[in-house]
Each structure stands twice: as structure tokens, then as C-alpha cells.
Design a protein around this ligand. Structure first.
Ligand SMILES: *Cc1c(COP(=O)(O)O)cnc(C)c1O
Length: 457
């Protein structure tokens, strides 16, 4: 048996396949719909935007999808498999009989799990001769991951970064430029969409919705250019399953199996990557795992949203997706967990929440930062503000075990580090952080407006 302080697999044990949950969902996922005809979108139409292999994976129901050897090698060079680590000092501090484990996705060069899909998307783009990939980024985690992947596979990367982040988080921009990417504050004067918003306000703070529209316009108006997305889509979640497949093998190596699995949710990719290989066991009959998806109270998609068809973006350029949503018109408040500021959530995760396989909880950002402070002081690692949501839920579960005396095995995904988010921690420590939550009336209004626009699907 291996030491349970830090479980590190041999490099040979980087998985050879990704796990595709579409094979096990039982019923088919409601398909993406064309907004005008309200009919299923022909996947081939997505091939102008995404690499063909990614489109194929998006609709595949093959349970195990082989990971090309070149991608596996890059995974290894970038630190995979990542350790599964036990939070002994945190357990002791909390006085819990539970065991707490966390999977170290913060160890990638850019500091989060996002590299796992960036590498795959850049690889498939290069395989079909794409010269350049465009994308958007909010806080900058996704932009940095794709910029690194572009450098590794010789693909040019253009990033549209929301202007407010571009100004507030200069280090993320520098990181992207170090990897050779070009980064523009969005709205920019490079696209028609961007120029329209700039004309309204030359200092427009931008939004993820506008940045997506700019990246898509840049892709569609240039030859040999495709677009990359860092979450939500099935193929993105698929690439992230290396996390959970490794974790499963690591638990097996120490003779444990988690009772509780926890991940934070923006679009759902790190949560899915970590939990889906275990959820495979639930879907084939195992009934004693508690799977918890954590979101901010400021963007309560799964806890207060509605399961219905909606646009994936604010600019209404995407097909309609059946998912938990607050409405594409929802403007997420300026919480520091930028990666969790999304109005919807991945369709497969939405289906699992709807079926009761996954349960959702929500927290305020002040309690989340307090949990992160405790974690950093006990374990030494500073969580990203997004990751801190999972930390908070893990601590709450451990404290519940303290009350009941249950020796549960709690595992959460440590999706990223917060060393480029210290301004947010500074605000927390000086008592300046605010909590936000939409009122019932606000949410009703947004949902009604979606229903008026596209019907109650
Ligand atoms: C982007 C990000 C998230 C949220 O995105 P998901 O697709 O839901 O995983 C969570 N944690 C970190 C560190 C991120 O960078």
C-alpha cells in the first residue's frame, strides 16, 4: 500500500483513454437546437468553428475515447499524473474524524486544470492544418492555458480578454504574451461587434458575452482560423476526465473509495473531469456516493435557475442548449471567482442535477474566502477563488462528520491556485469584499424574458 499523504502514480499510469459519460446517461441528452427552426443542429455545421475531431467527440457515445500518444506525452511533461494529497493538518485543525483528499490540478504551468483540454484542442487543430485559434478569456485562466498549448503545438493564439480583467489582472496578460499569444482588451476595434460597443463607450468594461462574439467573428471572417472554448461543451468535459480517472486509480492504490466528491462549477469542466469517472459507478448501480457541485450565491445557476433551453452566450450566437440557466440576459455580479460567472452550466451536468445524481450547494464569497484562508494556513496552498468554493464545501462536510462521528472519505478537486489572485485576498483580509445575490423577482424576470424570446422548451 502506498503512503496516503501524497499518492503519485507512475507516469505510465496517465490514462490512455478519456471517459465519455454520454455512453452511460441512460437516455439521450436533449440535442442542441437551432434558435430559428427549433430543430436539432446538424453537427457538421460546427466544423467551421471547431476542429472536426472535437465535433466528432461532442456527439460521440463511445465510452472510452483513446488519448493520442502525443497528447499523453504533453500531459506527462506538464506534470500529469497530478498528486492526490491528504489534508492532514486541515483535518486536525477541524477536529474531524473524516479524511480529506484533494487532487492537485493547480500544478500545471498555468495553475489550473484548463490545460487538459487546451492541449487536446491545439493538437486536433494542428492535425487538420489550422493556423490560428481565437478565444475569449475573463479572468485569464483559460487564455493562459490555450496560449501555452498554442506555443507547444505551433498554433497562433488570439485572445479577447474582457477589458476590466485586462486592466485589473495585468499578470495574466503578461503570461499569455510570454507564450507568444496576441491579447486584445475586449471590446476591441478589430471586429464589427467590438467597434459597435466601443462607439457606445470607449471605456466599455466588456463582458465574456462580448468577448465570445469577437472571438467568433474573428474566426468566421478569416481563412484557416478556428475557435476554442474552455468549458461547457461535451468534448471539453471529456478531455478533463483524465483528472478523475487518475484519482480513481490513486484511491485504488491506497485501498480507499471516496464517500463524498466535491468540485466547484463555472461551466462544469473541472467538476465533470473529477467526478464523472466515479459517477460512472453510480450510473451502474453504486448508490452511496454523495456528489456535490458548488456554485456562488451570486450566480446560483443550479440551485435557483431553471432547467430549460437557452443560449450559451450573451451575444446569442450559439445554438440553444438544454441546461440549468439564469437566462442569457443575466449579468453575473463582479465576484472574484471570475471563472464561475456564467449564466448556464454544461448540459450533461444539468441532466445529472435534474436526475438527482448530483446535488448542488451555493455559498457567499466572504465565507468562501474564509475557508480558503483556513486551507492556506493549514496546507500551504492558496486556492484560486473558484477552487475556494470546493474547499468551503469540503470543510462543511468534514464539520458535519465531526457532529455525527462518521469517518467519511471526502475528496475535492483543487482546480487551481490563487497566486495571481492575491488582490482579491487583500480585499478579503481588509474586510472590503461584498456578497451579492439576485432576488426571486430578478430571477423570475430573466427566466420570463428567455421564455418570451425562445418559448418554454
Ligand atoms: C475556469 C476555472 C473554473 C471554472 O470552470 P469550470 O469549467 O467549471 O471548471 C474553476 N476553477 C478554476 C481554477 C478555473 O480556472
Amino acid at each position: 500500500m502506498r503512503s496516503e499523504v501524497k499518492v503519485l502514480l507512475d507516469v505510465e499510469q496517465v490514462p490512455r483513454h478519456w471517459y465519455n459519460i454520454l455512453a452511460d446517461l441512460g437516455k439521450p441528452l436533449p440535442p442542441p437546437l437551432d434558435p430559428r427552426e427549433k430543430a436539432p443542429v446538424d453537427p457538421s455545421r460546427l466544423e467551421r468553428i471547431f476542429p472536426k475531431e472535437c465535433v466528432r467527440q461532442e456527439v460521440s457515445t463511445q465510452r472510452f475515447v483513446p488519448i493520442p500518444e502525443e497528447i499523453r506525452e504533453v500531459y506527462m511533461r506538464l506534470g500529469r499524473p497530478t498528486p492526490l494529497q491528504r489534508a492532514r493538518r486541515l483535518e486536525k485543525f477541524l477536529g474531524t474524524p473524516a479524511k480529506i483528499y484533494y487532487k492537485r490540478e493547480d500544478l500545471s504551468p498555468t495553475g489550473s486544470h484548463k490545460v487538459n483540454t487546451a492541449v487536446a484542442q491545439a493538437y486536433y487543430a494542428r492535425e487538420e492544418g489550422v493556423e490560428r485559434l481565437t478565444t475569449e478569456t475573463g479572468a485569464g485562466q483559460w487564455g493562459s492555458a490555450l496560449s501555452l498549448a498554442g506555443a507547444l503545438f505551433g498554433i497562433k493564439i488570439t485572445v479577447y480578454m474582457t477589458r476590466s480583467s485586462y486592466l485589473q489582472k495585468p499578470y495574466r496578460k503578461v503570461l499569455m504574451e510570454l507564450y507568444g499569444a496576441e491579447v486584445f482588451p475586449s471590446p476591441s476595434d478589430r471586429t464589427e461587434v467590438g467597434r459597435k460597443y466601443l462607439a457606445e463607450d470607449p471605456n466599455h468594461p466588456g463582458s465574456l458575452g462580448i468577448a465570445i462574439s469577437e472571438a467568433l467573428e474573428d474566426c468566421l471572417t478569416h481563412e484557416n482560423v478556428k475557435y476554442s472554448l474552455g468549458s461547457v461543451l461535451n468534448f471539453v468535459l471529456l478531455h478533463q476526465t483524465v483528472i478523475g480517472l487518475e484519482a480513481k486509480a490513486q484511491f485504488e492504490a491506497i485501498g480507499e473509495y471516496p464517500d463524498v466528491l466535491i468540485g466547484c462549477v463555472g461551466g462544469g469542466s473541472n467538476f465533470a473531469g473529477f467526478t464523472y469517472p466515479f459517477i460512472a459507478d453510480i450510473l451502474s448501480g453504486k448508490d452511496d456516493i454523495d456528489v456535490i457541485a458548488v456554485e456562488p450565491k451570486a450566480v446560483p445557476t443550479m440551485t435557483r435557475g431553471v432547467y430549460m433551453y437557452d443560449y450559451g452566450d450573451t451575444g446569442k450566437l450559439t445554438p440553444l442548449l438544454k441546461m440549468f440557466t439564469l437566462g442569457h440576459v443575466y449579468r453575473p455580479p463582479p465576484i472574484h471567482a471570475g471563472g464561475l460567472r456564467y449564466h448556464g452550466v454544461a448540459p450533461t451536468l444539468s441532466a445529472l442535477v435534474n436526475e438527482g445524481v448530483v446535488r448542488a450547494v451555493a455559498y457567499n464569497q466572504t465565507e468562501v474566502f474564509e475557508a480558503a484562508r483556513i486551507f492556506a494556513a493549514c496546507e500551504g496552498y492558496v486556492p484560486a477563488p473558484e477552487t475556494a468554493h470546493a474547499v468551503k464545501a469540503a470543510i462543511d462536510m468534514a464539520l458535519e462528520c465531526k457532529k455525527t462521528g462518521e469517518k467519511k472519505v471526502i475528496a475535492f478537486n483543487f482546480s487551481g491556485h490563487g497566486l495571481l489572485d492575491l488582490t482579491a485576498y487583500d480585499e478579503y483580509l481588509s474586510g472590503k469584499l461584498l456578497n451579492y445575490h439576485p432576488t426571486e423577482d430578478d430571477i423570475k424576470r430573466y427566466i420570463e424574458s428567455v421564455r418570451r424570446e425562445i418559448g418554454n422548451l
